[in-house]
Design a protein around this ligand. Structure first.
Ligand SMILES: Cc1cc2nc3c(=O)[nH]c(=O)nc-3n(C[C@H](O)[C@H](O)[C@H](O)COP(=O)(O)O)c2cc1C
Length: 356
């Protein structure tokens, strides 16, 4: 029987276990330039015993930034700063993918430089509020992307993916989940387009397919993963019947063959099993857990074949040596929500590992 502590092959790279550190925004790229810091390198290096680390969401372009103090991968200084992070993780024996996260309509002009405004597939504002330096503000109506803008946005992802490789990352995870740009294209309430990028499930899936294909073409499919969250209402997304668009997405990805699909499970398990059956690469599951975060209960999902790998968010944030603790049956440090976003080393690099 396969367990979470057995190795797995990710497109030719041997991962020593099946525990993934899930992508988590920490908003600690303080100062001008939106670059990771020495503390970022220490934080990820502490977690190098993961089979695979996926970084916090990283904006591929200035307009893709939706939150304060998130890092980017679009400037030379950012590439150099990320190099210190990947070197630290590799020196500690780990592997690390950068999550490219373009937040689309989720954001605010006050977070963006040079008079930029958030963009989206259609001029439809998300209901709800965004956190800015000046407190919570209503989401704005995004500027509708033209055909040319879409081509440029895809190119921004390609450049950022090349930058990731130049910075020493083992690959990139493209964010197609949680209400951000690619998800805004997938969902019918945020994508009202009637051109080649909207309307049918296939056309709504096209942006995500082309994003994965373009990045895989540039850095290799073996270094390219995709995260999705069918049915997730975050960011005012409504996908009453997600199957059609996501099955269209998987059909579009078949000739591309990305290394992995990372499912943030929101809909029912039946859809999870359907997606797993239809995806040829490694299937990473962030299991749906009502009212608690993922924990040791989920380990059985490897044993019963539901997934090839499991990702852990909150518990990995608070337990730098999580694979060891899961194997030992605990104990676990408790995540402190007050230090999730922003701040200093507290709640970042000071969670203790188990004593030897
Ligand atoms: C502090 C924090 C930040 C997060 N930021 C991101 C992010 O940048 N990108 C992303 O895809 N998911 C993000 N998530 C979602 C996690 O990847 C994960 O799906 C979620 O925490 C549920 O898994 P868990 O129960 O193991 O915590 C974040 C979660 C937390 C707790």
């Amino acid at each position: 029987m396969t367990t979470a502590f057995d190795p797995v092959d990710l497109s030719g790279t041997r991962l020593p276990n099946r525990i993934v550190m899930a992508p988590m925004t920490r908003s600690r790229a303080h100062g001008p330039g939106q670059a990771p810091t020495a503390a970022t390198a220490a934080y990820y290096a502490q977690r190098a015993s993961a089979g695979l680390i996926v970084t916090e969401g990283v904006q591929p372009s200035p307009v893709g930034q939706g939150y304060p103090d998130t890092p980017g991968l679009h400037s030379a200084a950012q590439v150099a700063a990320w190099r210190s992070v990947t070197d630290a993780v590799h020196a500690a024996g780990g592997r690390i993918f950068a999550q490219l996260m373009h937040t689309g309509r989720i954001g605010h002009p006050s977070l963006l430089p040079d008079g930029l405004v958030p963009v989206g597939p259609s001029p439809v504002a998300a209901a709800g509020k965004v956190y800015t330096a000046a407190g919570p503000k209503e989401f704005v109506t995004p500027r509708e992307l033209t055909e040319d803008d879409i081509a440029r946005t895809l190119e921004d992802h390609v450049v950022a993916a090349r930058n990731a490789v130049a910075a020493g990352f083992d690959g990139v995870e493209l964010h197609g989940a949680n209400g951000y740009l690619a998800h805004q294209f997938l969902a019918p309430n945020s994508n009202r387009r009637t051109d080649a990028w909207g309307g049918s499930p296939e056309r709504r899936a096209r942006f995500a397919v082309e994003m994965v294909a373009a990045v895989a073409g540039a850095i290799g499919a073996e270094r390219t993963g995709l995260r999705i969250s069918p049915g997730n209402p975050l960011g005012d997304i409504a996908e009453p019947e997600p199957e059609a668009a996501y099955l269209a997405l998987l059909r579009g990805l078949e000739p591309v063959g990305p290394a992995y699909l990372h499912l943030a499970e929101t809909a029912d398990r039946a859809l999870t099993l359907e997606l797993r059956k239809r995806f040829g690469g490694v299937f990473i599951l962030n299991a749906r857990t009502e009212g608690r975060f993922s924990g040791p209960q989920e380990l059985a999902l490897i044993e019963d074949g539901t997934a090839d790998m499991l990702s852990y968010g909150a518990l990995f944030l608070a337990n730098p040596d999580l694979p060891r603790r899961l194997r030992a049956g605990g104990p676990y440090n408790t995540p402190d929500r007050a230090t999730y976003y922003g701040g200093d080393e507290r709640g970042y690099t000071d969670y203790p590992a188990l004593a030897d």
